[in-house]
Design a protein around this ligand. Structure first.
Ligand SMILES: Cc1cc2nc3c(=O)[nH]c(=O)nc-3n(C[C@H](O)[C@H](O)[C@H](O)COP(=O)(O)OP(=O)(O)OC[C@H]3O[C@@H](n4cnc5c(N)ncnc54)[C@H](O)[C@@H]3O)c2cc1C
Length: 475
């Protein structure tokens, strides 16, 4: 682990206030706690709290902050909403939290076919603004209401979106403005709808896990909203859902925009709250996208036929949008409901499959945790996933009755087992980023030469290792 000099908190606060203004730099205890708690941090020690939380307004202030921190070797943690599930927002050093919340602009350039978004803009808000104008927003995490554009772009996650159908944020982003750890402001990429061929540093910042710079503006092409068709298929047993998706790819059907899996246990609370009939078993829900409604309906019908052949006991081509909204909301709220019901905190793994081994991977996901000392006490897990995108999220509720030590062990076991299975399937996490608590996996999966090359690239941008140092640990 890198060592950093210790400072008087008042000295850091005064320096940061000079840059962003008194109002936008604070050392208040609630703000410091709020801005350092990550999803997997089951307890927080006072000594780990940041010196100060800063809210810069623009790239110029970010640049001055980075110069200030770089000269003093103070770690800087960029924070969107702190909802990272890879542990990227669980800081292990004392430093400055750079909260992106004030950089939340939305600048539409419809005549040029792109939009510019501030990194601190929340995804749901950006989605609402774009959809109102008739455009598709390609970032759909379960945390959409709070996750920021910067956090999502930095992980290059399309989340629920089925990548082979609509791609990842990288496929939409034309360029970014980013501030390097030593304070240079870079404008990379293009304003044209045709992106650079060959070298383009945009590719390092989008999906760069926050290693190389602070993104202060994202330029994204505008994609017209498609027309949709919706469906749901209920099964008695889950393997039929995996077989349906496998056949969808193997028989070259057009994949849907979303295709979500829920086991019965996970679905029940949401279905109950939405006053939907109790599902008889596991289910999949899907949304197809086409240039015309007829096109989307034809794709949906073709997939419904496959689900029937693979054992679906009830299939519905949904025409009633209100019904679809209720099913989708039941899905979206399944995690929080499960946690609420069990009075605990939910933690998840992400197991990715190949098309060919999808059924085998499903079987592994069902029993994930059964051979682990702490997780086995929490099994059966809650299983849901973006099945159309070939991913499963076995999830576990950390009960409030568990000791801190048990909770820490459970989190470690989730990451260990996740790594084991993704190595088995020769895949990697397709959401949440590759570093933080996943760094061990990265080293196992891709080897020490690969990891050391990433570290060297990081050192070229950040010789003093001050920007998000915890996402690429030495140990
Ligand atoms: C209930 C729940 C559901 C979720 N569902 C999904 C899901 O379906 N799919 C999915 O992929 N993820 C999901 N997540 C994880 C998380 O929301 C996403 O990974 C999201 O991208 C993180 O956004 P954030 O604004 O919270 O980023 P943060 O957690 O604040 O930051 C994440 C990383 O990005 C860096 N970063 C943030 N902004 C910038 C910037 N401007 N410049 C440089 N680096 C930056 C941070 O330093 C950190 O390393 C979920 C989380 C929760 C709690």
């Amino acid at each position: 682990m890198s060592d950093y000099p210790a400072y008087e908190a008042s000295e850091v606060l005064a320096g940061v206030q000079k840059i962003v203004g008194e109002k936008y730099a604070t050392a208040s205890m609630p703000e410091r706690i709020n801005n350092s708690v990550g999803i997997h941090k089951v307890y927080l020690e006072k000594k780990d709290l940041p010196y100060v939380v800063a809210r810069p307004a623009n790239a110029q202030e970010v640049s001055q902050l980075m110069i200030f921190a770089n000269e003093r070797h103070i770690p800087v943690f960029v924070r969107g909403s702190g909802t990272s599930l890879s542990g990227a927002s669980d800081y292990r050093h004392k430093g400055i939290v750079l909260n992106t919340g004030r950089m939340n602009h939305v600048r539409m350039y419809q005549d040029n076919g792109y939009v510019e978004l501030g990194p601190g803009r929340r995804c749901q808000e950006a989605m609402d603004i774009l959809e109102k104008e008739g455009y598709f927003f390609p970032m759909h995490p379960g945390s959409v209401r709070i996750a920021t554009v910067g956090g999502v772009v930095c992980n290059n996650t399309s989340a629920h979106v089925v990548d082979p159908r609509m791609g990842k944020p990288k496929d939409y982003i034309l360029g970014v403005e980013a501030v390097t750890p030593s304070g240079e402001i870079l404008d990379v990429g293009t304003k044209s709808l045709r992106r650079a061929a060959g070298l383009d540093l945009t590719q390092l910042f989008v999906g760069g896990d926050g290693l190389f710079g602070v993104i202060t503006n994202v330029r994204m092409r505008l994609e017209p909203l498609p027309k949709y068709a919706y469906g749901v298929a209920f099964f008695e047993e889950g393997r039929g859902t995996a077989r349906s998706v496998q056949r969808m790819y193997q028989e070259r059907l057009t994949p849907p925009l979303f295709l979500e899996y829920l086991d019965r246990r996970t679905a029940l609370p949401g279905f109950e709250v939405q006053k939907l009939p109790t599902p008889p078993g596991p289910l999949i829900l899907f949304q197809f996208a086409g240039h015309t409604e007829a096109d989307a309906i034809a794709q949906c019908d073709a997939f419904l036929d496959i689900t029937k052949q693979e054992g679906a006991i009830n299939t519905i081509a949904i025409k009633d949008l209100d019904y679809w909204q209720r099913v989708w909301t039941a899905r979206a709220s399944s995690g929080p409901f499960a946690a609420q019901k069990a009075k605990g905190l939910i933690i998840s793994a992400e197991i990715m499959s190949t098309v060919e081994r999808l059924v085998e991977c499903y079987d592994d996901a069902v029993v994930m945790g059964e051979d682990m000392p702490t997780l086995s006490k929490l099994c059966p897990n809650y299983l849901y996933g973006h099945l159309g995108a070939l991913s499963f999220h076995p999830s576990f509720v950390l009960l409030s009755t568990m000791s801190d030590e048990e909770k820490v062990n459970a989190v470690a076991e989730v990451f260990k087992k996740e790594a084991e299975l993704n190595i088995k399937y020769e895949t990697c996490g397709a959401e949440w980023g590759q570093t933080g608590r996943r760094a061990t996996f990265y080293r196992q999966r891709y080897g020490e030469v690969n990891y050391s090359l990433i570290k060297k690239m990081k050192a070229a941008f950040d010789p003093n290792n001050i920007l998000n140092p915890d996402v690429l640990p030495d140990d």
